[in-house]
Design a protein around this ligand. Sequence first.
Ligand code: HEC
Length: 332
Amino acid sequence: MLRFLFLFGMVGSFACPLFASKSNGNELAEKVLYKASGCVACHRMTLDHIGPSMLAVAQKYANDPKGKLTVLNSLKKGAKGKWGNNVMPPQSHVSEQNLQLLTNWALAIKDSPHLESWQKEELVTQESNAILSTDPPMNAKHSLPENRRGTVVEVKDQPIVYRTYLPGASSRAIAVGLPGGISYAFDAKLCKLLYFWEGGFLDFEKSWTGHGGWYSKLMGTKIFEAPAIFPLRMGSNPSPEVKFLGYRTDGKLPTFLYQINGLRVEETIGFDADNRTIVLSFKISDAEEPIYFDPGQSSSIWSSDEAEERDGIWAVKADNLKSFSFRAQVKQ
Ligand code: HEC
């Protein structure tokens, strides 16, 4: 459970922005707005992260009559140098009215009855983060691993991962942006790759502002559609039961963790730019039964060193059941 909390709690949220924009001085509604506006990428309620904790902000301005104005200005114009070396970009995607709600909310947090439970939750998350991943601990001062232009997020030199609503995905989509202009969508409900696109990463305007729906916009064109069906078969069971467990990033490619019929699977999805090839790598440490891979009605050319194809279905070789990969060639 801890693992799940961390793995899913870390990046962004599915908070419905429509609900958020209706908030009117209700503390929990404002917290939803704070999540939906993209603030959680840099802030925590009680712990310092890339920016100061909301609690520290409330304490700093507790007796400052100009506090409200100062904070509102920081949100509108961006801020730098007051709390450390990291920069807050102008939050221009959030309406003036919502920025006021957020300011009032942040400054009142020191008296919130929820403070203790938030702190507990954040400490647990931080602890499991430290145990499960080699990412820097949550309270380490480091800058955001991405560029932002308003609500458009761009990949820098390492992969970035966002939970968000994506076109053609279930409500549990995970977007991964890779350096070099290649991105993909993974569906955490179906536990499988959905598609790849090329160009920019995502525009979160709709999901962060709540205007006109909440889907994030792909900033490029699709170059690959994964098979519609779940591609792996274990033994003779034709319809495997899948369960998502979370994912792990080590500042590198994310690894998705899930179960198929109770067996733990680790899947890493990458892109070989030189050969324009999508690479799906699977690790199933307790695999014993035969494993099959069905690429479905894919127009791509598939290949694998660890499996053999017969009538369009790939059988993983007996010696490679615990670790194997499949490649799909993508058109220029
Ligand atoms: C890209 C990272 C990032 C995002 C996104 C972000 N912040 Fe910040 N925030 C920071 C940093 C860094 C600082 C400290 C800036 C400084 O030292 O002056 C800060 C400072 C603040 C402050 C203190 C301002 C002051 O004048 O002392 C508040 C309040 C705040 N942020 C709230 C928010 C809210 C609300 C959102 C979402 C609408 C948000 N932030 C989004 C990084 C971010």
